[in-house]
Design a protein around this ligand. Structure first.
Ligand code: ACO
Ligand code: OAA
Length: 436
């Protein structure tokens, strides 16, 4: 009797493609050039991500910079005493200019108007069906929302833009209600469904919906708002945005493209790294204690790199980036937030542990792999969320909620500017055979 396992072993023996062939056939593996830079696959006016400079044909590492529609992120998010940076950045990403105060309030009321879920959706789709993973549930919900849209397959870009806005407006309640429903269904927790308040920002509404007493402080809302704004876009090349553009290029519906992007973002090498990093750090703190020496921290990192412990992937989550080298500007902003929050909440030792561990990992990856890595956006974000009492399961869904602005902006931009179906090539390297 043959078993599938045997077929699999045979497959490995006969069908595997040696790693060296990628170089031999000049494959742009992972859509990267030989120097690690990304293959140019599009043009965008939405955002720019800078991590190196090209001096002729030489790549030179540089401090990281992120621009939304030409505005540097630090400058854009300078104003700290407001709670609607996310809405402001979203407007900028989608329409290309910074809204006036009046335009911003119109935009907020448009989002509020579309936030309500279709009639019966909460009861049928959310309270009656939970999933073991909230990202998967979000994909299901978005695909179900397709059924409620009479013009779901519209090809016209303006219609798609409005469809996308209506979808984005619903993400905060989808995420929070699914969490509540799951906690109730799987863990027997009390169920509370707080409606979105029309006069509050997205960040305020998320905190309200997540908390049984609906209470939050202005500072908490400002930090969450900053987190959402920071995650709103990252150029056209990041995996989830690209997936959504590739799917959109076939003319498929926006619901499908968003579901695809959410699936991509869930991956632990992409947005899912925020959960993984938080879990990894918790396990390390338990294992080494908060007072671990530099040598102990470095050994703990080396063990992870050797695939010993944690998830045995060999990855140090929250480190490294396809573009950033010396620094990820978002991680720097988050590090400042994490520090301030840690002081306020008496978690300085944990914060110091994060900083000391980061130093060891950077040194280790330089020694072992010869690469310059920085902490990326996913390193400190979980720590910040934890101090805001946001449950771990929601870290990646919140990323999706924020990034949906960027997904939509790039989806529409590609359709308007190029409209070309994305279709690269692969080379057949098997042998030719005849059926006997
Ligand atoms: C929102 C975001 O998506 S930010 C990124 C979040 N992801 C993570 O934090 C997961 C950990 N990091 C990584 O896996 C990677 O750094 C990525 C996926 C972000 C970028 O990957 P790449 O562009 O392939 O990185 P790069 O070309 O610099 O990698 C060179 C080598 O270093 C390894 N490397 C890079 N980062 C790490 C890391 N954090 N831990 C262990 N090894 C790493 C790569 O696996 C590769 O090894 P190999 O040559 O043996 O195959
Ligand atoms: O740009 C990338 O490859 C990943 C990233 O940081 C993001 O999507 O925010």
């Amino acid at each position: 009797m043959f078993t599938l396992h045997q077929y699999y072993l045979r497959y490995l023996e006969e069908q595997s493609i040696p790693k060296e062939w990628y170089q031999m056939y000049h494959v742009k593996n992972g859509l990267r050039n030989e120097d690690g830079t990304g293959v140019l696959v599009g043009l965008t006016k939405v955002a720019d991500v800078v991590g190196y400079e090209m001096k002729g044909t030489m790549k030179k590492d540089a401090q990281g910079k992120l621009y939304y529609r030409g505005y540097e992120i630090q400058e854009l998010l300078e104003k700290k005493d407001v709670c609607n940076q996310y809405e402001r950045c979203g407007f900028l990403l989608l329409f290309g200019f910074l809204p006036s105060q009046e335009e911003l309030s119109v935009w907020q009321s448009v989002l509020a108007e579309h936030a309500a879920l279709p009639e019966g959706f909460l009861e049928k789709q959310i309270l009656r069906g939970s999933s073991k993973n909230l990202m998967n549930k979000l994909m299901q919900d978005i695909l179900t929302l397709y059924e409620y849209d009479d013009n779901a397959d519209a090809l016209d870009n303006e219609t798609r833009l409005y469809q996308g806005i209506a979808l984005i407006a619903k993400l905060p309640s989808l995420i929070c209600y699914n969490y509540a429903s799951k906690q109730h269904a799987l863990h027997g927790h009390s169920l509370y469904i707080h409606p979105m308040a029309k006069d509050r920002s997205t960040a305020e509404n998320i905190l309200r919906m997540l908390r049984s007493d609906r209470k939050y402080t202005k500072e908490e809302a400002q930090i969450l708002d900053l987190m959402l704004a920071l995650h709103s876009d990252h150029g056209g090349g990041n995996n989830s945005t690209f997936v959504n553009v590739v799917m959109g290029s076939t003319g498929t519906d926006l619901y499908a493209a968003f579901a695809g992007a959410i699936g991509a973002l869930k991956g632990p090498k992409h947005g899912g790294a925020n959960c993984k990093a938080a879990q990894m750090m918790k396990e390390l703190m338990r294992k080494t204690g908060l007072d671990a020496s530099e040598a102990e921290l470095k050994e703990a990192a080396a063990q992870l790199l050797r695939k010993e412990g944690f998830d045995q992937s060999g990855l140090l989550y929250g480190f490294g980036h396809a573009i950033y080298t010396y620094s990820d500007p978002r991680a720097e902003l988050l590090q400042d937030q994490a520090k301030a929050l840690a002081i306020a909440k008496g978690k300085q030792k944990e914060f110091a542990y994060y900083e000391r561990f980061a130093k060891c990992v950077k040194a280790l990856l330089k020694e072992e792999k010869g690469i310059t890595v920085c902490t990326n956006v996913d390193y400190y974000s979980g720590f910040v969320y934890e101090l805001l009492q946001i449950p771990e399961e929601l870290y990646t869904p919140l990323f999706a909620c924020a990034r949906s602005m960027g997904w939509l902006a790039h989806n529409i931009e590609h359709q308007l500017a190029s409209g070309k179906i994305v279709r690269p090539a692969t080379r057949y390297v098997g042998t030719l055979k005849h059926v006997k």
